[in-house]
Write a protein that binds this ligand. Structure first.
Ligand SMILES: CC(C)(COP(=O)(O)OP(=O)(O)OC[C@H]1O[C@@H](n2cnc3c(N)ncnc32)[C@H](O)[C@@H]1OP(=O)(O)O)[C@@H](O)C(=O)NCCC(=O)NCCS
Length: 147
């Protein structure tokens, strides 16, 4: 069977967390923070937080958010065993479709500068690199966690 893409459910939390761990996307945060991110997205606007399910196993994620003006894409990950098979592209096609259906047509995302595979993926999909933008962050609580 092919990839089935659907909105995330609470029961997906462990699978999503382990996929993100495998993809190296949790190094900045504690396990509690990751669980909190998933849970708060589930409580607020889960419909753009998608998982890709292959034969009952979550093998891909992507999270869309909206700031009132632009959509943002976060957390695109495909499990290592299934990369380069077009699943990442399928996830983005579906998320873009859902963004358009919601009236959101301007998208932004961030990629670490050393993520060559990620940079190539977005360029291949027609996303335009903005070399003039620098990204600022600030942490307003007293922790030293990265933002
Ligand atoms: C980036 C990622 C989501 C791509 O998922 P994927 O399912 O492998 O991507 P696809 O198979 O749909 O790739 C589509 C095209 O993107 C490009 N691409 C994808 N991964 C690439 C890589 N590692 N190196 C170079 N080009 C790549 C290719 O042009 C590819 O087409 P091709 O295989 O016919 O050459 C996946 O590598 C991943 O989960 N990486 C770890 C997490 C991550 O970096 N996420 C992105 C954060 S912005």
């Amino acid at each position: 069977m092919g990839l089935s893409i659907r909105a995330v459910k609470a029961a997906d939390l462990p699978a999503v967390e382990s996929l993100w761990e495998e993809a190296g996307m949790t190094s900045y945060a504690s396990s509690d923070d990751i669980a909190g991110e998933i849970t708060s997205k589930l409580e607020r606007d889960p419909e753009l937080f998608l998982v890709g399910d292959l034969d009952g196993t979550v093998v891909a994620t992507v999270m869309g958010t909206w700031d009132g003006h632009r959509g943002r894409i976060k957390r695109l990950a495909v499990t290592a065993a299934h990369r380069r098979g077009g699943l990442g592209a399928e996830m983005i096609d579906e998320l873009e479709k859902r963004f358009v259906e919601t009236g959101i047509t301007k998208l932004r995302l961030e990629v670490w500068a050393d993520n060559v595979g990620g940079l190539t993926f977005w360029a291949e999909r027609g996303y335009e690199l903005q070399p003039d933008i620098r990204y600022f962050v600030r942490n307003l609580d007293d922790s030293s966690d990265p933002c």
